[in-house]
Write a protein that binds this ligand. Structure first.
Ligand code: SF4
Ligand code: FE
Length: 489
């Protein structure tokens, strides 16, 4: 059983014949590309942490299939403790990288598939679960990075997949063969796509009978024939090419999203986990979303910890750390951040065993967790920007700071408290800029809004799971209207 180190993971990526486009050009060597590499470093941290004795219990687990030690990102949750450890692990990784480290989508896809393939086999007599377990063994034993590809381009949102003017706007099966299927379509905003060994594809919404060809789930290597990637831009990405690492704020790490194009891609049957069973498309989406909404209670709180630390540090450098309104703002940031964490832990502790043996989170609470994530990081960022001050967005570049003639003026006039080098003050301000509005903001802000589903998707789930009749019964009983409170269903 392999437990790769970060360096081994990076080397393993070089062996792929992956097709990537960035700024209109084919990237021959994505691993060493200055725009892509920081996002690879973030994934590498998920490998390195599995070798750190301090985090062994969080970062590794025992495979329920083989009994071998595996990286937790490839583990199928066997208890509520596993669910709790997942959230704790993601928080630590958010703290260590300050960005999206990309590997959780594949973990959440594997866990959702472990449940839904079992349910399909029970109901339909198919063999998807057996196939899935073979695939799981393969990725576990090779310690692979899997990305989860769910979101389709969707075209006209008012139309179902089969009603679109262009039938390829949702990924679909275009041919069924004796040895497998051929698929065509695209998946958009796919986290960590270019840094993956494997792509796990899932449908993105409910499907009806006419959408049968769109109810498809499978896994393929990221360098499979017919697959290519178009890299997504991030705010301030060109700073990575300017040779001024100070101006990046978080020079070593970044997140990554890309479009994946499937241009008539062949998938052998042993890697197909759903092919036309349209009534199981929604359960797969629901399970995956519940897991990924739980994930955000971990990763975003880890990044929040970095931002709280940066805001507190810069307050000290400005000479205002002791002021009561600054202390109050830091407490407010911590309160919001810990509330997110509390939701992540709560939906895990309240998880339950599904008939497949896999543990699922409490779905209502994981949706509450994610709905809070669509709001609180914005408020935490607002408070950090308030404490940082305008200098965060008006200060000169690293080249000015290090310039042989004008550098001394930047040094002199941008100094804060005595005893703290100007460079430290500028660096911490750049880190806040990174998380709130630069490269890191993709992961901390917009992804908090739309990743794992936009806020309305969580509201729909909360309304569905609320059991309003039970609550009405409580109220009516106390008000003497005479109705006994029903037990929650
Ligand atoms: Fe993991 Fe968070 Fe990135 Fe999703 S957004 S892949 S949970 S780090
Ligand atoms: Fe995400």
């Amino acid at each position: 059983m392999v437990l790769m180190t970060g360096d081994q993971y990076i080397e393993s990526l070089r062996k792929r014949k992956i097709v990537v486009y960035l700024f209109g050009e084919r990237v021959e060597n994505p691993v060493d590309h200055p725009i892509i590499r920081p996002s690879i470093n973030s994934v590498a941290m998920t490998y390195d942490i599995a070798h750190d004795p301090k985090y062994e219990d969080l970062a590794t687990a025992t495979s329920h299939l083989t009994g071998e030690k595996v990286n937790r990102f490839l583990h199928i949750h066997q208890s509520t403790q596993d669910l709790v450890k997942k959230v704790k692990l993601l928080r630590v990784l958010g703290q260590k990288t300050g960005v999206c480290f990309q590997r959780c989508v594949g973990m959440d896809a594997l866990n959702a598939l472990s449940i839904v393939t079992y349910e399909m086999d029970q109901k339909l007599g198919t063999e998807y679960h057996k196939r899935f377990l073979e695939y799981l063994k393969y990725v576990q034993s090779n310690d692979l990075m899997c990305c989860g590809a769910m979101t389709d381009p969707k075209g006209d949102r008012s139309l179902r997949p089969s009603q679109q003017a262009d039938p390829d706007l949702y990924l679909r099966i275009v041919e069924r063969r004796d040895d497998g299927i051929v698929v065509r379509g695209a998946k958009v905003h796919i986290t960590g796509a270019v840094n993956s060994h494997e792509i796990i594809v899932m449908p993105t919404r409910t499907m009806r009978e006419k959408d049968r060809d769109y109810a498809v789930s499978f896994a393929i290597p990221s360098d499979a024939e017919g697959v290519f990637f178009i890299y997504g831009r991030q705010s301030c990405d060109l700073r990575k090419l300017e040779g001024m690492e100070m101006d990046l704020g978080n020079p070593r790490y970044s997140g990554q999203e890309a479009m994946i194009i499937f241009d008539d891609v062949f998938v052998p049957w042993e890697r197909v986990f759903m092919a036309g069973e349209y009534e199981f498309a929604w359960p797969l989406v629901e399970y995956f979303s519940a897991y990924h909404r739980q994930s955000y209670g971990g990763c975003k709180t880890g990044i929040g910890d970095v931002l709280i630390g940066a805001a507190s540090t810069v307050a000290e450098y400005h000479g205002v750390a002791g002021s009561s309104h600054i202390r109050d703002k830091i407490v407010e940031m911590a309160h919001l951040n810990e509330t997110l964490y509390a939701c992540g832990i709560a939906c895990s502790a309240e998880g339950y065993r599904t008939p497949s043996g896999t543990y699922m989170v409490d779905i209502l609470l994981s949706n509450v967790c994610k709905l809070n994530v669509t709001r609180f990081p914005y408020e935490i960022s607002r408070l950090a920007e308030d404490i940082a001050g305008g200098l965060m967005v008006t200060m000169p570049s690293e080249k000015d700071f290090k310039h042989p003639e004008i550098g001394k003026y930047v040094e002199k006039y941008l100094k804060g408290v005595e005893g703290v080098p100007t460079e430290h003050r500028l660096r911490i301000l750049r880190l806040i800029e990174n998380i709130c509005m630069g490269l890191g903001a993709v992961g901390y802000r917009t992804e908090s809004m739309h990743g794992a589903g936009s806020p309305q998707a969580q509201k729909i789930m909360i309304e569905r799971l609320l059991d309003i009749d039970f609550r009405r019964g409580l109220a009516k009983t106390l008000a003497g209207i005479g109705e006994e409170a029903k037990k929650p269903s």
